[in-house]
Design a protein around this ligand. Structure first.
Ligand code: PMP
Length: 456
């Protein structure tokens, strides 16, 4: 018996004694006990009691190719034997890091041809945040340093990442945001659209960018950042009018556009990257998650020719990087992950087959009494819980309501996530039609419980 097997009989107590979890109320967690996930295969995970779950959330929006891919494990093992580590600082590289940059660039549009590697999405946020300032300074625009982001956005947990994010409750911990960041409203029509049509509202919130630039002075603004679809904030799908107007404003005002592709990248929306789904080309794009399907930690920033050229020709040394930037084992795993996505045509599958199937199954939930809207793009969906859909009203305690439905789903064997009063799905791209049906059925049962137990 190995040490892990011996310890697992007592893992709950060991965890309570020694392990501080991210984004968890530790007092509550220790009292209730940690769920220990021991094994996974395809679409499923198993906990230490042997209970099986359909993982309709792909871990944390990341296991795009599903669990149990032997070829990714083998690619990592082989690379670890050949060259377990070498860095990409000071004029060196490794074959997997270089080949991965080329491979990623083969799936971007015409201008995003360069990759700066990180270990996570948060580090990617810190990376482009520094890079946009360095870029403008090199061009002689020393004052162009402010970044405009959105309320309720999520861009990571590092100091810059959490500051760029628009979550107040995160800002309250650690005296954030740092200076130089301003937030505008999100395109959340259901909650904030008032009497406007979604199209009108999309334009209105996009134009807040222009107003904010005027307020701050164009000469002081470096960039605007947004997720193509705001993920952790509740899968906020923007009205169709939103992105074209944002793109127009960024061009007209000469500020860099950053598309946070950490969730939307690598097939989730039925395109390689979320900005392709919305038909625009950003200047920079942080990536992570689906890049390796979570098998090993790796992230990066896609950098356009426009920015890369200035970094190369004008800046020279960029004093930024991580010991493990472009780690060869993570890069080898990511290369194999992308090879699988290509070979199994998972992006096309989401666009033409399972995405449309998911869309109609998910949309069928809109009939339910407690559902205000049921929206999705590709394999990313949200159900808005509402006690009165005509009035677009909200429950008095949105977090409790979401948790109630989420717990029902988990008890019935399907992992979904709740963000406040929105139920979120983001399954692996290999999900079958029967598994989509199972997800929707189990969620519907959870919604029944909400309807039968809560009035407001
Ligand atoms: N950006 C977005 C849009 C994200 O969803 C996340 C993570 N959920 C991050 C950045 C941060 O990524 P990481 O957790 O890998 O640091």
């Amino acid at each position: 018996m190995n040490t892990l097997a011996v310890a697992s009989s007592n893992l709950g107590a060991i965890d309570a004694a020694h392990h501080l979890h991210p984004f968890s109320n530790m007092k509550k967690l220790n009292a209730e006990g940690t769920k220990i996930i021991e094994r996974a295969e395809g679409m499923h995970i198993w906990d230490s009691t042997g209970k099986q779950y359909l993982d309709a959330f792909a871990g944390l929006w990341c296991v795009n190719v599903g669990y149990g891919r032997q070829s990714i494990a083998e690619a990592a093992y082989k690379q670890m034997q050949e060259l377990p580590y070498y860095n990409t600082f000071f004029g060196t590289t490794t074959p997997p890091a270089t080949l991965l940059a080329q491979k990623i660039a083969s799936h971007t549009g015409p201008t995003l041809n360069h990759v700066f590697f990180t270990n996570s999405g948060s580090e990617a946020s810190d990376t482009w945040f520094r890079m946009v300032r360095v870029y403008w300074k090199a061009l002689g625009h020393e004052t162009k340093t402010m970044v405009i982001a959105r309320k309720n956005a999520y861009h990571g947990s590092t100091v810059a990442g959490a500051s760029l994010g628009g979550m107040k409750w995160m800002h309250e911990q650690g005296n954030l945001p740092i200076e130089g960041i301003a937030h505008i409203n999100q395109p959340y029509w259901f909650a904030e659209g008032g009497d406007l049509s979604p199209a009108e509202f999309g334009l209105k919130v996009a134009r807040e960018l222009e107003e904010k630039i005027d307020e701050l002075g164009e000469e002081n603004v470096a960039a605007f950042v947004a997720e193509p679809i705001q993920g952790a904030g509740g899968v906020i799908v923007p009205p169709d009018t939103y992105w074209p107007e944002i793109v127009r404003i960024c061009k007209a005002r000469n500020i860099l556009l950053v598309s946070d592709e950490v969730i939307c990248g690598f097939g989730r929306l039925g395109s390689w990257f979320g900005h392709q789904h919305y038909g625009f080309e950003p200047d920079l794009a942080p990536i992570a998650k689906g890049l390796s399907s979570g098998y090993l930690p790796i992230g990066g920033v896609l950098v356009s020719d426009r920015v890369a050229e200035v970094m190369r020709e004008e800046v020279g040394d960029f004093y930024h990087g991580y010991t493990y930037s472009g780690h060869p084992v993570c890069a080898a795993a990511a290369l194999e992950n992308i090879r699988i996505i290509e070979e199994e045509k998972l992006v096309e599958r989401v666009r033409d087959d399972i995405g449309p199937y998911f869309k109609s199954a998910w949309a069928s939930l809109a009939d339910h009494d407690v559902v205000g809207e049921a929206v999705s793009v590709g394999l990313m969906g949200a159900v808005q819980l509402s006690p009165d859909k005509e009035k677009r009203s909200r429950y008095a305690k949105p977090d409790d309501i979401g948790t109630l439905v989420r717990n029902q789903c988990v008890a019935n064997g399907v992992i979904l996530r709740a963000t406040g009063d929105r139920m979120l799905a983001s399954p692996p791209l290999i999900i079958s039609r029967a598994e989509v049906d199972q997800t929707v059925e189990v969620l519907r049962k959870g919604l029944d419980v909400l309807r039968d137990t809560h009035r407001d």
